[in-house]
Design a protein around this ligand. Structure first.
Ligand code: NAP
Length: 247
């Protein structure tokens, strides 16, 4: 039985943008299931910070690239919370390299996590959301999926794929009250971008009209909006949070 509250599953919620999303949703009073891949300490820290905001927050390990594990995440959320209203597909990885040097396993790992992972989770969450005639799915794409980026053919394909997939599923689920949108962050200050060489950082910074990196909280605010009550008439959209990079 659902407790009348709203409940969210955030994949890759242990660190970076995912952690900020968990906190933003918790601040709105939603219970959150915090999925992570291997970093249990970070996931527990996120859960504790959410609990301090007065909500139920449960860390759950699981590899979204695995269809069974992704389905188990949704099942666990339904068991623990009684219902699932919000799914944020945020888990993502990079395996950068120029096309001519990119190994097939780097292509596959990125597509399997970033694109197939969201497919598996949406597939598992769609039925209960359709049944309850209410659901909000937010998929974390990237400006790289809109503009491309040298060295990221695999990542750009996964993020562009998320946009096409989200628009298709938005059309499939709209009649059941389920919205599907993308947030496309630009260059955000997290572990993922901390590894970029100085020259690459400076080159990226020069392409940002607002002249600075974004904060994970700024992406999370957009996700919380699309997941929240004010966004009920918005579906199939891509909201760029990128300092103007993609305009
Ligand atoms: P991050 O700091 O590297 O965190 C990645 C998160 O994904 C972690 O929670 C990690 O879990 C989880 N994860 C990775 N592989 C997983 C898997 N197979 N199954 C489940 N969880 C998995 O990344 P971030 O910078 O916050 O990025 C979050 C999302 O935003 C990604 O989709 C990324 O592509 C996108 N994005 C980021 C930027 C940016 O500038 N940072 C820009 C555009 C888009 P563990 O902690 O257990 O490893």
């Amino acid at each position: 039985m659902s407790d009348g509250k709203l409940h969210a599953l955030v994949t890759g919620g242990s660190r970076g943008i995912g952690r900020a999303i968990c906190l933003a949703l918790a601040a709105q009073g939603y219970d959150v299931m915090i999925n992570y891949s291997g970093n249990v300490t970070a996931a527990q820290e996120t859960a504790q910070a959410c609990q301090e905001l007065g909500v139920k927050a449960i860390p759950v390990q699981g590899n979204v690239a695995d269809p069974q594990e992704a389905a188990r995440l949704v099942e666990t959320a339904l068991e623990e919370f009684g219902s699932l209203e919000i799914l944020v597909n945020n888990a993502g990885i990079t395996r950068d390299g120029l096309l001519l040097r990119m190994k097939e396993e780097d292509w596959t790992a990125v597509l399997d996590t970033n694109l197939k992972g969201a497919f598996h989770c949406m597939k598992a969450a769609a039925r209960p959301m359709m049944k309850q005639r209410m659901g909000r799915i937010v998929n974390i794409s990237s400006v790289v999926g809109l503009r491309g980026n040298p060295g990221q053919a695999n990542y750009a394909a996964s993020k562009a794929g998320l946009i096409g997939m989200s628009k298709s599923v938005a059309k499939e689920l709209a009649s059941r009250g389920v919205t599907v949108n993308c947030v496309a962050p630009g260059f955000i200050d997290t572990d993922m971008t901390a590894v970029l060489p100085q020259a690459a950082r400076e080159e990226l910074l020069s392409q940002i009209p607002l002249g600075r990196l974004g904060a994970a909280q700024e992406v999370a605010a957009a996700v919380a909006f699309l997941a929240g009550p004010q966004a009920g008439y918005i579906t199939g959209q891509v909201l760029c949070v990128d300092g103007g990079m993609a305009m």
